[in-house]
Write a protein that binds this ligand. Structure first.
Ligand code: FUB
Length: 461
């Protein structure tokens, strides 16, 4: 009996592990290292702005040149919009590294992207679209006359119900300015030349003993500022390195703040930094953070993950456990009967994305065995044909179209012929075994060399 129970336990454990791996959703981007998540809900879509840890780390430090954007309407299939801004947007400065934690907000149809450039303070970019192109409206940094520009990192922005916009930031002290309605200047009459230092008391931000034995507040960096049901929240990286996520609340944007405790504690897959962003979307609450799971423990190669949570009835936030499974799909299934960008991905292995002005973002660096998973694709009453826009300098590559898993049922094989060049796009098609209903769809790429072809979009008929 003992043995049967033991065997059963192993079976249940293995089944759970397989289910977890099959439904792994975290981290939510596998093509690049992404960090410092800043989600923004706009027009029924979540836009996720991230910083970007390069694949090659220079001098064993943060190596970060640009900011990326991803979007979703269902929280599981994420569309890559590429690098939507970079250090090159700022002609007045010559820094080649330091594109740290961004945040974007919409006001009157314009999108304001607040970015720190480490060592150059905080600047702002503006665009007519959430995915850019962004331009520099000031030609200089936004936050001027600060006492220590090296500490001016991690901006977080929020517009209160009365129209007053606040920009908070800082490590290891929290500062704010009251932005003017133009969102690119601020009220210079308050604080010191407009900059207000928040009172860093242990009542406001918790207590922690420093290495020198002195008590300090837990606040470290990475603030995320928002309001919910008339309560103002400041969520932040806390307790130094390694960082936890903690939060404080206040009855007004300007305080007084009260420390409320940890939201995310340490876990093996977390990096020495952590950085959060919180949103409500389609009736659910989501907590974004970053970890080092994808890079197998490299703290300068982080990846954004997300968990769903529920506020307690008093507005407090529960302790959130980082998971591999991530979140459930939040909305309707994916419609494959209109063009779907190839870079709309629930999970992928081995791939990169790239972009150019003609094609936009596309999937590239496709090698034999790499794959893309797209969640909950609605085949409706039946799909019979697969069509894709591809570009290849090789002959004999293939896209296997399967459902349910990389080894799942094979619906068809689309031959990818030589289109003359890896940037020369052509539409290629294949018949599909008629399939109905909702399935997770897998594209498994086959061929005899590396860099088989580029892949821009697909659809079913
Ligand atoms: O990504 C660079 C820095 O690491 C951010 O500015 C901090 O919040 C930490 O995540």
């Amino acid at each position: 009996m003992k043995q049967i129970n033991g065997t059963k336990t192993i079976f249940v454990f293995t089944a759970c592990l397989l289910t977890m791996l099959l439904h792994a959703q975290n981290p939510i981007v596998q093509t690049y290292y992404t960090a410092d998540p800043a989600p923004m809900v706009y027009n029924g879509t979540v836009y996720l702005y991230t910083s970007h840890d390069e694949d090659e780390t220079v001098k064993n430090f943060f190596t970060m040149y640009d900011w990326r954007c991803y979007s979703t309407t269902d929280m599981v299939n994420w569309t890559d919009h590429g690098a939507i801004a970079s250090l090159k947007n700022f002609a007045w400065m010559d820094k080649t590294n330091g594109a740290w934690a961004p945040q974007c907000i919409e006001r009157n149809g314009k999108f304001y992207l607040y970015v720190p450039i480490h060592g150059e303070g905080i600047s702002v970019l503006v665009s007519d679209s959430p995915t850019g192109p962004f331009s520099d409206p000031l030609g200089k940094r936004l936050i001027v006359d600060s006492e220590n520009v090296w500490n001016d990192i991690d901006p977080t922005v929020f517009i209160d119900d009365n129209g007053q916009a606040y920009l908070f930031w800082g490590n290891p002290v929290l500062f704010y300015v009251k932005l003017n309605k133009d969102m690119i200047s601020y009220d210079r009459t308050i604080g010191k030349n407009g900059i207000v230092a928040v009172g860093m008391t242990t009542e406001a931000f918790g207590a922690k003993e420093g290495r020198d034995g002195k008590m300090r507040t837990t606040y470290t960096e990475g603030p995320w500022f928002y309001k919910r049901n008339n309560l103002y929240y400041m969520v932040y990286a806390a307790a130094g390195i390694p960082e936890y996520i903690a939060y404080s609340t206040a009855p007004s944007a300007e305080g007084p703040w009260t420390y409320k405790g940890f939201i995310m504690e340490r876990a093996p897959q977390l990096a020495f930094t952590n950085h959060s962003g919180i949103i409500d979307f389609k009736g659910n609450s989501y907590f974004f953070y970053h970890d080092q799971d994808l890079s197998k423990g490299q703290g300068f190669k982080r990846s954004v993950s997300v968990e769903q949570f529920m506020y307690n009835t008093d507005g407090s936030i529960p302790l959130i456990i980082p998971t591999k499974e991530g979140v459930k799909q939040s909305a309707s299934n994916l419609n494959p009967f209109k063009k779907v960008e190839a870079e709309t991905i629930a999970w992928s292995e081995g791939l990169k994305t790239a972009s150019d002005s003609k094609t936009g973002v596309y999937v590239t660096k496709i090698d034999n065995g790499d794959y893309i998973k797209v969640r909950s694709v609605d085949f409706g009453k039946g799909a019979k044909k697969f069509t894709a826009s591809v570009a290849s300098a090789l002959a004999g590559s293939q896209i296997e179209i399967r459902i349910g898993g990389v080894d799942g049922e094979l619906l068809g094989i689309c031959e990818v012929n030589n289109t003359g060049d890896i940037q020369n796009w052509a539409v290629q098609s294949c018949k599909l075994k008629k399939t109905k209903g909702v399935h997770d769809l897998y594209f498994i790429f086959r061929g005899s060399e590396d860099n088989l072809f580029n892949f821009d979009w697909w659809m079913l008929k």
